[in-house]
Write a protein that binds this ligand. Structure first.
Ligand SMILES: Nc1ncnc2c1ncn2[C@@H]1O[C@H](COP(=O)(O)OP(=O)(O)O)[C@@H](O)[C@H]1O
Ligand SMILES: [Mg+2]
Length: 359
C-alpha cells in the first residue's frame, strides 16, 4: 500500500451495528483493507443491502455467499465506488470509495461477474490495453503482464485470440487483468460460475497460491456455496441483503448446524438381516442419536452423533462394536457439514429469530 501517495486514511465510520453484538468476538481491525459499517443500499422500496458490517483482512480469502439477488454484486459495486450507498459507509485500503473512487480502483483488482474482453485480440494484447489504462507502458508493462499470465497459468495461451478461450480461460485472464496493476485487494464477483468442476478447483488453487505468496486480501462472491467452501478462510452468509453469519466453515457449522456430527460407516458382506441387526447395534452406541441404514448393502450407514464434539468417542465405540460383533468394517469417516446445509439452517434460523436479531 502506498499510504504517502494517497489521501489520508479516514477513520470515522458509522458505529458498528448493534445487531452484531450478538456475534461472537467481532473483529475491530481498522487497518483491514476492506471495512464496511452499516453499509446499506435501497432501490426504492427494495432493500438490496442492509446494515452490512464486514472486515476482510490482508492474507485472507473471504467468501460472500448468498443466493441470486442476495445483494452481493451491489455490495461489491459500493466497495468500488461504482454505486452510492444509501446509508452507512465503507473503507477500502483506508479510503472512502464514495470520495476517492479512482484511488480505490488503483489498489483494488476487480473481476466483474460478466468480464468482457476484445475478442479479436489475444489475451496478452488485452492485458496490454488494461496496463495502459493503469499507466503502465513498454517494458514495465510487458514484464508485469508476463508475470500475471504466469500466475494464472495462461502463459501458453497468451498469444491466441480471446474468442478461442474457454469460459475457465476467460476467468483466468480476468484475474490476470485484475492483477496487472499490482493490487493489494482483489474483489472477484462469482469467479467460478459456469466453469467446469476441474476448472473451478484449478482457479481456486491458483487464488490460494496468490494469497499465500503476495498476502492479498481477497473478497469473492458466490452463490455456489459448495464450490468455494474449501478455499475461503472465512465466509459471510448473505441472505436478502443481510449478513446472517460470519466465520470459518466449522464455526458456522457449530453455530447454525443442529449440533450433530455425521459419521459414515461402511461394512462388508452384510445381507438384509445383517443390515437390520447392524443398525440396531449402532443405535445402542452411546452418543448415537440416529442411524440410517443404506438402501444398498455396499453403501455406508449414516450415523448421527450428538454432541458433535463427542464424534471421536463415538467412532471409537463403533470400531470396538465392530470387532466385538465380528463385523467387517470397510470404512468410517466423519462427513464435514457442507455450506449448503449450513446455509439452509442459517436462513431458517434467521427467519425464526429475525425480529429478535434485527433489534
Ligand atoms: N440497479 C438496480 N435497480 C434496481 N434494483 C436492483 C439494481 N441492482 C440490483 N437490484 C436488486 O437488488 C437486489 C440485489 O441484487 P444483487 O446485488 O445483484 O444480488 P446478487 O449479486 O447477490 O445476485 C436484487 O433484488 C436486485 O434485483
Ligand atoms: Mg451478483
Amino acid at each position: 500500500m502506498t499510504a504517502s501517495a494517497t489521501p489520508p486514511a479516514e477513520r470515522r465510520l458509522p458505529r458498528k451495528g448493534r445487531s452484531r453484538q450478538r456475534d461472537r468476538a467481532p473483529i475491530e481491525d481498522m487497518t483491514a483493507p476492506i471495512i464496511t459499517r452499516r453499509l446499506s443500499k435501497r432501490y426504492g422500496d427494495l432493500v438490496a443491502v442492509e446494515a452490512l458490517d464486514l472486515e476482510v483482512h490482508a492474507g485472507e480469502i473471504f467468501g460472500l455467499l448468498g443466493q441470486n439477488g442476495a445483494g452481493k454484486t451491489t455490495t461489491i459495486l459500493m466497495l468500488l465506488g461504482l454505486t452510492e450507498p444509501t446509508s452507512g459507509g465503507a473503507r477500502v485500503v483506508g479510503l472512502d470509495p464514495r470520495r476517492y473512487p479512482l484511488e480505490v480502483k488503483r489498489h483494488v483488482g476487480y473481476l466483474p461477474d460478466n468480464v468482457g474482453f476484445y475478442d479479436g485480440m489475444t489475451g496478452r494484447e488485452n492485458l496490454r490495453y488494461t496496463a495502459r489504462l493503469n499507466g503502465l507502458y513498454g517494458r514495465e508493462a510487458d514484464t508485469k503482464i508476463g508475470e500475471v499470465l504466469d500466475q494464472v497459468g495462461m502463459t501458453d495461451r497468451a498469444d491466441t485470440r480471446v474468442d478461442t478461450y474457454s469460459r475457465g480461460m476467460l476467468q483466468r485472464l480476468g484475474i490476470a487483468d485484475a492483477l496487472v496493476k499490482g493490487p493489494s485487494v482483489l474483489i472477484l464477483d462469482e469467479p467460478t460460475t459456469a466453469i467446469d468442476p476441474i476448472g473451478v478447483v484449478e482457479i481456486l488453487d491458483m487464488l490460494r497460491g496468490l494469497v499465500r505468496e503476495h498476502g492479498l486480501a481477497v473478497l469473492l462472491s458466490s452463490h455456489l456455496l459448495v464450490q468455494v467452501q474449501s478455499v475461503c478462510d472465512r465466509v459471510g452468509i448473505f441472505a436478502a441483503g443481510r449478513l446472517i453469519g460470519v466465520g470459518t466453515v466449522p464455526e458456522l457449522a457449530e453455530r447454525f448446524g443442529d449440533g450433530a456430527a455425521t459419521i459414515e460407516v461402511g461394512f462388508e458382506g452384510l445381507d438384509r438381516a445383517g443390515l437390520a441387526t447392524t443398525a440396531a447395534a449402532l443405535e445402542s452406541v452411546k452418543g448415537v442419536i440416529e442411524v440410517h441404514a443404506p438402501a444398498k448393502a455396499h453403501d455406508p450407514f449414516v450415523v448421527l452423533a450428538k454432541p458433535a464434539n463427542e464424534a471421536t468417542a463415538v467412532r471409537e465405540a463403533i470400531l470396538a462394536l465392530a470387532s466385538s460383533k465380528g463385523l467387517r468394517l470397510s470404512s468410517i469417516r466423519e462427513a464435514q457439514a457442507s455450506l449448503d446445509e449450513i446455509y439452509r439452517q442459517a436462513v431458517s434460523t434467521r427467519l425464526q429469530t429475525g425480529v429478535e436479531s434485527a433489534a
